[in-house]
Design a protein around this ligand. Structure first.
Ligand SMILES: CCCCCCCCCCCCCCCC(=O)SCCNC(=O)CCNC(=O)[C@H](O)C(C)(C)COP(=O)(O)OP(=O)(O)OC[C@H]1O[C@@H](n2cnc3c(N)ncnc32)[C@H](O)[C@@H]1OP(=O)(O)O
Length: 204
């Protein structure tokens, strides 16, 4: 039986699963992608990240960029505190996740977060407006690699939070199969929401 590899044989800094491997390529912007400058709105009104109906939600409303990128703004409110007067780190990760998730619109496929890595570079006080940007870094098969940053004080301000993500392309059945039935039924009964969901139905 071959010997198990020793600890020292492992690379010192193994590549992150959220970093595109050499075989990944930049996918094309889908022909159906919203035009640059378009507000992408909410994919679901009760979503914590983007839903206008969520009382404590982040209400992120990203704007499509000219390439495989989006921008958004998010102002930290008192209900988002972790330490006194400071944004909760998990909450900031959610803001990154939501912004990264809107990249789905540019590829015109539904995809969910498989892995999300966040670096917190500086504390974010309540009342701060974060200027978020997310972009696709590659794709391979169903795997979509992306990155994001949140700058404080303006779009050219210092980076407060950085993230890298691996999203996995799924079928719409991912949501209908796994979601709580009463919530799914409400979505299926709502023509506006269904129209929004159908925009994704081309792939995979
Ligand atoms: C009618 C209703 C309308 C609804 C309209 C909705 C519209 C659109 C809403 C969008 C909403 C966005 C909101 C914000 C983004 C979230 O927050 S999404 C919520 C958080 N994420 C989740 O809940 C995902 C939970 N995980 C899963 O469901 C499953 O693990 C996944 C991710 C679908 C993958 O499962 P799978 O399809 O069985 O695929 P699997 O073969 O395991 O993995 C595929 C590949 O990815 C790799 N992979 C998977 N996970 C990982 C990982 N964690 N690390 C490394 N590699 C991984 C695998 O190794 C595999 O690689 P290859 O073998 O192809 O090289």
């Amino acid at each position: 039986m071959p010997a198990a590899p020793s600890e020292s044989a492992a690379p010192a800094h193994p590549a992150s699963p959220a970093t595109p491997p050499p075989e990944a390529v930049l996918p094309p912007r889908a022909p159906e992608a919203p035009a640059p400058g378009t507000r992408l709105g909410s994919h679901y009104e009760h979503c914590f990240g983007c839903g206008p109906q969520h009382p404590a939600g982040l209400r992120i409303d990203a704007v499509a960029g000219t390439g495989l990128d989006v921008t958004a703004e998010f102002t930290v409110r008192p209900e988002h505190q972790g330490g006194p007067g400071l944004a909760h780190g998990g909450l900031l990760t959610t803001a990154m996740d939501e912004t990264l998730g809107t990249l789905n619109w540019l590829l015109h496929v539904p995809a969910v977060t498989g892995r999300l890595e966040t670096d917190f570079l500086s504390p974010v006080p309540v009342g701060s407006t974060l200027h978020l940007r997310a972009w696709i870094t590659g794709a391979h098969g169903r795997k979509i690699y992306s990155a994001a940053e949140a700058r404080i004080g303006g779009p050219a301000g210092p980076v407060a939070v950085r993230a890298r993500a691996l999203f996995i392309q799924v079928k719409l059945e991912h949501f209908t199969k796994h979601g709580r039935p009463e919530d799914i039924e409400k979505v299926l009964d709502d023509p506006d929401l269904m129209q929004r969901a159908r925009t994704f139905e081309v792939n995979p």
